[in-house]
Design a protein around this ligand. Sequence first.
Ligand code: AGP
Length: 606
Amino acid sequence: MCGIIGIVGSSEAAPRLIESLKRLEYRGYDSAGVAAQVNGVLERRRAPGKLANLEAVLAAEPLRADTGIGHTRWATHGAPTERNAHPHIAGRVAVVHNGIIENFAELKAELQAKGRVFSSDTDTEVVAHLVDQNLMDGMEPLEAFSSALKRLSGAYALCVLIGGETEIIFATRNGPPLVVGYGDGEMFVGSDALAVGPFTNRILYLEDGDYAMVDHKGAAIFDASGAAVDRPIKIVASSAAVMEKGNYRHFMEKEIHDQPEGCQRTIAAYVDPLTAKTAVPGGIDWASLERVQIVACGTSYIAGVIGKYLIEKYADLPVDVEIASEFRYREPSIRASALAIAMSQSGETADTLAALRYCQAKGMKSAAVVNATESTMAREVDVVWPIHCGPEIGVASTKAFTAQVSVMTALAIAAARARGRIDAAEEARLVRVLLESPRLIAESIQLEEAVRAVAVEIAKARDVLYLGRGPMSALALEGALKLKEISYIHAEGYAAGELKHGPIALVDEKTPIIILAPFDHYFEKSASNMSEVMARGGQVVFITDPDGAKHAPAGARVVMTAPSCDPLISPLVMSAPIQLLAYHVAVQKGADVDQPRNLAKSVTVE
Ligand code: AGP
C-alpha cells in the first residue's frame, strides 16, 4: 500500500521522483521521502503528510543527483512520522519498501545484538541494516543485497541504493508488484506502470522472488535461486491522459462521470452488438459447471454479490461470494469442480490474492475480473476478464465498480444461454438491454443537482442507513461504504427485510434513510419498509424510477427518479446516485475526496 520509485537517470532525479510519487500517492500518503547519492554520499529528504510537504523540503534543501529512490507511505509498522518515513538509511544503504517484513522483530534483535543502532520503529529499516552488515562483512554489493533477501519473510517490493555504487539501483519483489522501465540510456523501477509512465512505456514486470541490478545500460535480473533470467519487455498504453482531472475538481468526480464511456468499453469486450450475442473470452464450460466461488474485498466484494444475484437468477448456477480475508483462513469446504473468480480493481489485494491461491491449491480453475491486466492476479489465473475502465485514481472505487458489474452481467447472460436457461431470442434481448446501460447511466448521472441539494442535509448526519432488497441490498452496502470512506460519516447498508430484526431501533428523525427501490418485484416490500421507517420519524431519501415515484408512499423527504430500466441492469443504473451522494457529502464536509484518511487504493498487505 506504499508507492516506490527508483531512477537511474541522466538529469536531475529529484523533480522526476516527485512527479512519479504524485502518480503513486493513491497507494498511500502518510509520508514521503527521497534519497540519492551526492558525491557518493547518501542523502535523503523526508516529510510527514502529503507530498507537498516533501516538495517544500526539497525546495529549501535541494538534492542534486541523477540517480535516486523515492517513496510515498501508507503506515503499517510505526506511526506516520518523519522518523518512520522512508527512505531508511543504515551505513552505506538506503531502502524504500512496499509491504511487510513479517520476521523483522527477530532480525532487528539479531542486528541489535551485533551492535547495530536503529533509528525508526519500522520493519523496513532491518533491510538497510542487513545489506549494510553484509557489505561490512566483505560481500560485494549484489551479493550483499541478495544474501539479505534470503533472510526476509513476508511481502516486499524494495529499491536499494548502496553508497559508492552511484549509478545502480538494486530492486526486488516478493508479493507487491514492481516493474522495470526502459528509457533511452536511463532506467526506472516503480510500483506499477503508472509510476514510470512519465518516462517510458517500455515495461518489464518482475516476477515474485526476482531481484535486479539496474544501471544505465539495463537490468540484470535473477530469480529467487540466483539464476539469471529474462523477462519480456512490454509496451504499455500511455497513462498520461488518465492522470489528468480535466475540468473536474477530483479524480472521483471525473471517474463517476467517466462511467457511461467506461461501461461502454467494458461491455463491448463481452458482447457482439451486431449479433446481439455474448462473446465472453476464456472458454468456460458454463453448462457443466457446478458452482462459482467468488473471493474479493470491499467494493469488489459488493460487485461480486451483485454477480451472485444475477448469475443465480438468470443461469441457475450456484454462486458463493465471500470476503477474502475470512475465506482464506476459515478452511472453507470447497470443491475442485467449482470455478474460482477473484474480483479486484488493482489485481494486487493481498487477501484476495491469498484466497485465490487457496482455491487454486484445491484444484479449482481460476479467473480474475480485474482492471490491472498486468497485475499479479491477472498473471496467476487461467482466465482474465479485464474490466477495461482505465486506471482508477480516486481511492473510492466508482467506475471500476460499475465496470465489474458490467462484466458480471455479461457472464450471467452467457452462462444462462450456455445452460439452456434462455434461448437465442432472450439472449439477444438481454444483450441489447446491457448495451443500453451506458446511456441510462448517463441519464442517472443527471440526478447530480438533486443529489447535491440532499448532500447538504446528509452532511450534518451522524449516522446514515441505506436499505434495499435483492441486488439493491448489495447497492445499499456500496452506498454506505462510499459514504463512510470519503465523508467519515458512519453508515450502514442493510437488506430492507432485516430492518425489523434490529436496525429499526436506529431510526429517528435525525437518521437519514436512503432507500434504493426501482419499480421491480421487490418494490411493494420496499415501499412498506419505507412506511415503517417514516412512521418512526425516519427521514427518507427514496431513490427509485418514474413508476416507483408514482407508487411511493407519501412522506419521503426527497424522491429521486433514476431512469426506468430492465431489472438486469438496475444495479448499473442505480449506482450513480449513491456515488454522487457520497461525493457531494464529502465535498460539503471539506473531506479529502481522492485521498481519504487512513486509506490506500491498493491494499497489498493483509
Ligand atoms: C472501494 O471504494 C475501496 N477503496 C476498497 O473497498 C476496495 O474496493 C478494496 O480495497 C478492494 O480493492 P481491489 O478491488 O483493488 O481488490
